[in-house]
Design a binder for this molecule. Structure first.
Ligand code: SF4
Length: 93
């Protein structure tokens, strides 16, 4: 597993970084692709994102170092969990 302090993001490089605002702009369209039954509640989504924003594995304000996912997309799906190897940081939600 990668070292969170190495400043290397799994699967990412400078050429594929997306500004946070660009991700935000894509979210409404992305949300429509997910069956409502497969989404977490607004409250769970908010709490998951809070955990991510307090996590040292969050890079570029958008991407999880462990899985390479955009957290705003991953956190929305009820079948996804936090991939932190020690313990899910979303486990309370
Ligand atoms: S998904 Fe988990 S490991 Fe990744 S940034 Fe969020 S809290 Fe951290």
């Amino acid at each position: 597993m990668s070292d969170p302090d190495s400043n290397q993001c799994k699967g990412c490089s400078a050429s594929v970084r997306h500004p946070f605002a660009e991700i935000e702009a894509q979210m409404p369209e992305y949300i429509q692709t997910i069956d409502p039954a497969d989404r977490v509640s607004d409250e769970v989504y908010r709490r998951r994102l809070e955990a991510c924003h307090a996590c040292p594995a969050l890079y570029y304000e958008s991407t999880c170092m462990y899985c390479g996912c955009y957290i705003r997309m991953r956190a929305l799906r009820s079948n996804k969990d936090c991939p932190c190897p020690e313990k899910s940081r979303w486990n309370a939600y």
